[in-house]
Write a protein that binds this ligand. Sequence first.
Ligand SMILES: NC(=O)C1=CN([C@@H]2O[C@H](COP(=O)(O)OP(=O)(O)OC[C@H]3O[C@@H](n4cnc5c(N)ncnc54)[C@H](O)[C@@H]3O)[C@@H](O)[C@H]2O)C=CC1
Ligand SMILES: CC(=O)N[C@@H]1[C@@H](OP(=O)(O)OP(=O)(O)OC[C@H]2O[C@@H](n3ccc(=O)[nH]c3=O)[C@H](O)[C@@H]2O)O[C@H](C(=O)O)[C@@H](O)[C@@H]1O
Length: 431
Amino acid sequence: MSTVCVHGMGYIGLPTATMLANYDHRVFGYDTDAEVRSKLRNGNVHFEEPGLRAFVTQALESEQLEITDEVLPAKYHVICVPTPFDEESKEADLAYVRSAGRAVAEHLRRGDTVILESTVPPGTTEGVLGPILEESSLSAGDDFSLVHCPETVLPGNIITELRENNRIVGGVNAVSAESAVRLYESFVDGDIRTATDATVAEFVKLIQNTFRDVNIALANEIAMLADDYGVDARGAIDLANSHPRVDILQPGPGVGGHCLPIDPWFLGDGSDRLDLISTARRINDGMPGYIIELLRDELGDLRGRTIAILGVAYKGDVGDTRMSPGLALATQLQRADIAQPAATDGGAETASGPAVTIHDPHVADSTLNLSDLKTATTGADAIVIATDHDEFESLDPDDLRAWMAGDVVIDAKGALSASAWQRSGFTVRCI
Ligand SMILES: NC(=O)C1=CN([C@@H]2O[C@H](COP(=O)(O)OP(=O)(O)OC[C@H]3O[C@@H](n4cnc5c(N)ncnc54)[C@H](O)[C@@H]3O)[C@@H](O)[C@H]2O)C=CC1
Ligand SMILES: CC(=O)N[C@@H]1[C@@H](OP(=O)(O)OP(=O)(O)OC[C@H]2O[C@@H](n3ccc(=O)[nH]c3=O)[C@H](O)[C@@H]2O)O[C@H](C(=O)O)[C@@H](O)[C@@H]1O
C-alpha cells in the first residue's frame, strides 16, 4: 500500500481519497478551503452524494484518511482541482492546476508519481503541469512519473462508478503509466487501458463528454422540430431508439453541470475546427430561451406574470447548481428585455420581466431565494419543471391547481404524467 496526497476535496477528490483510504492506502486529503477541511474533519460532507458520508466516516475513523492543512510528501499526488472555463478569454482557466502543481513541486521526491485527474485541454499535463513540477529540478518521466488519468464518474452514482468504470491512463512515458496503473488496480474493477501518452488521455476524456453533449443537442433539436409537427418528442425518440443502431438521448431545459457545458470548449484550445460541437453548445444553451417561447405561446406578454421554476439543481436528485439550466431560465426570465415593448404609449419601455419563484428540495444555497413548494407555486401563472428530481413525479396536480393562479405547466424533463395533469385542468407543454 502507498501514501497518497489528494489535492482538492470536492466531488471528485473526496470520493477518490476516501476510496483509496478504504482500500488501505494512507491518504492525505488536502483542500485550500479551510471551511471544507473543517467540515470534513467533523465528518460533514459539504455536497450531496448518495452513500458518501458513511464512506468518508469509515475512512476517517480507520485513520487511513487524514484531512491536512498542507500538502505532505507522498508516493502519489492525485490532483482533482477545478478547471473552469473562462467565458471572456474562451480558454480553460488552469490557475488551480498551476497552483496545485507548485505545491506538489515543493514536496516532490525522486520516484514519486503525479496524477492529474482534472479535466483539461489536450497538452496540459505535459505542457503546463510538467514544467511547473520540473521547477523542483527533477525531470518528468526520468525522476518522477507524470500521468493524466481522467475521471468519468457520474454524480449521483460516484462511489459505484469509481470502482466499476473503465479507466484510461496516459503517462509521459511507459514507466509513468505503469506506476499509475498500479495505484488504480488497487480499487478499480473495470478495465484499465493505457493511452499512448497523456495528451491522448486528455483528448479522449473531452470527446466522451462532447459526444454526450452533441447527442443531447440532437435530442433538443428533435424536440423543437417535433413540437412544430405536433409530435410527442419523447415518444418518438423512444420508438426511434428501438432501432439497434440508434441511441438518441433525452431533450430537456439545457445541459448543466461542471462538465458537459464546459469540456467541449476545451477541444478548441489548440484548434479552430469546432463547428458541429459549437453549434451543439449553442443549441443546448438556447433551451431556456425556447422555454420562454413556450411560456409566451401560452401566456402572451410575460410582464406582471409569476413563473415558478421547480428544480434548479443541474440534474435530477443532486444538489449541485453549477451551470444549472433552471437558474439560467430564472435569469433570462427576469431580464427586462424579455418583456414585449409597450405598444402604444410611445414612451420608453419601463416593463421588467415576470416575477420568478424557485423551489428545489435538493438544493441548500442561502444565496438563492428558494421557497418551499406551496410558497413558490401559490399565485403562479405557470410552473416549469426544470429538473427531474424523484419528488416531482409525485406532485399532486390538484394541489398545484388550487394554489396557482394559472394553469400552465411546462414539463422540460418529461417528469409528469401529462394526461393526469390535463385531467386536473392544466395546459401541459412538454419538451
Ligand atoms: N464533478 C464531476 O462530476 C466531475 C468532475 N471532473 C473534473 O474534476 C475536476 C474537479 O472537479 P470537482 O471535484 O467537481 O470540483 P469541486 O469544485 O467540487 O472541488 C474542487 C476542490 O478543489 C479545491 N482546490 C482548489 N484549488 C486547490 C489547490 N490548489 N489545492 C487543493 N485544493 C484545491 C477547492 O477548494 C474545491 O474544494 C474538474 O477538472 C472537473 O472537470 C471530472 C469528472 C466528473
Ligand atoms: C460522458 C458522460 O456520461 N459524462 C458524465 C458527465 O456527468 P454529468 O453529471 O455532467 O452528466 P449528465 O448526467 O449527462 O448531465 C449533464 C446534463 O445533461 C442533461 N441531460 C443528460 C442526459 C440526457 O439524456 N439529457 C439531458 O438533457 C442533464 O440534465 C444535465 O443537465 O460528465 C462527467 C464529467 O466529466 O464531469 C463524467 O464524469 C460523467 O461520466
